[in-house]
Design a protein around this ligand. Sequence first.
Ligand code: HEM
Length: 483
Amino acid sequence: MFLLKKLNNQGDKSKSNHPPSPPKLPIIGNLHQLGSLPHRSLRNLANEYGPVMLMRFGSKPTLIISSADTALEVMKTQDLNFCTRPTLVGTKRLSYNFRDFAFTPYGDYWKDMRKICVIELFSSKRVQSTVFVRAEEVSDLMKNIAKSAPSPINLTEIFFSLTNNITSRVTFGKSYKGKNFDIAKFVETINEAMDMLASFSATDFFPYVGWIIDVLTGFNTRLEKCFNEFDGLYQQVIDEHLDPDRKKPDHEDIIDILLGISRNETGEIRLTSSHIKGLLMNVFIGGIDTSAVTMVWVMAELIKKPEAMKKIQEEIRNCVGKKGKVEASDINQLQYFRMVVKETFRLHPPGVFLLPRECRKHCKINGYDIYPKTRVLVNAWAIGRSSEHWENPEEFAPERFMDTSIDYIGQDFELLPFGSGRRGCPGINMGMATVDLGLANLLYCFNWELPNEKDINMDEVASLTVHKKIPLILLPTKYIEPI
Ligand code: HEM
């Protein structure tokens, strides 16, 4: 019976209609075709082989999805067949030791953690309750820039520290600042973790022999060290929150919320400190880099297109007047601002391939047979630049969103910066609240120009997200005294 079920699930592969595949080399398969910017290389191959393309990275069959129609199949129509994640070794030590749910296979544990995220941690009500954190951090940043203006500002650095400060405060609480927690070490550990998650380990592609390479290259030792550092830092924060002498904070932070759930013995979900650490991992790895990268690309595109810069600044300044800051409640009125953010997400979705999925059950996409355990990458970057869905796709033209309802929340498959379906990003409200407030204030308080160069370098570098290769350094001049 079990065998029959298994055979049925696998289908009869001899009669299969496999998706088209570029030629492979022995052992490495298609790995040599990835290049340094895989989203671009795979888009070029998809132009030749089609939007459903089967490749092999080492020993791992991987399906590359490169059109809105096929993304809709994978993430909506057949979401249940594709809503699990593959077991990647690079993430295994960091994420599975922490039972980080972003990389957890579909199942009860993932469902419980996701419920906590969606209902307790990142709901719009919860995001609203931390509006004061973002307002204070953004205001401090504007005042600091005003003090140093007109000296050049490294916006890449500033955006990372803004998203990091906001995330740390929302998670650990204001009262946490100043304790003996080594924040510099924490930031260093986050950077190292992102580096590790971005680099593929040999075992990911060659499960039976790759581990030898991972031992010899020191990859495993690096992972172990990074895991232990996070574990220690998180434990320290949890212990300090549990200290009976701790003054009750005015506002609950994420650790307070999670400890509250863990104390509720009758609750549906039993949370242990290891679950809490896993969720913290999601907050820091999921939220900091993605939001900062988005802000960098918005400013880079605007500097490149002065008409758009002028238009967005006029809109913000007309709306806000002379009050000295943009508040979260002003942002809904900014239509052109929203179009600029959408257009930036179209050209620069930070996670160009979203997060990898894995097929759970034999099924068909575009008439092709897809088998369980096939990894699936959705090339959101290629879809955003496809001439099938977009006119003049390489051009930064926010006006294209004027008369459409297309949005980035996961309902329109030609624009997928946050993914979609069961595995779509649960942190969208939190991420966008930071991106919106930071950018709107920066554009309101200052005028911006390039230091010397006539044109801006827009080269990319691929890491966990796709960054601007050269840091964005711009000159601010004050338009209004920030308050
Ligand atoms: C501009 C900001 C952000 C962008 C562009 C972004 C993008 C994404 C994408 C593309 C995915 C994968 C979706 C899929 O597979 O369909 C994802 C998943 C996820 N994101 Fe975000 N994200 C952002 C902010 C955040 C924030 C602020 C948090 C948390 C504080 C967060 C937490 C997560 C988690 C936990 C997952 C995994 C969900 C799952 O597997 O069930 N993200 N995000």
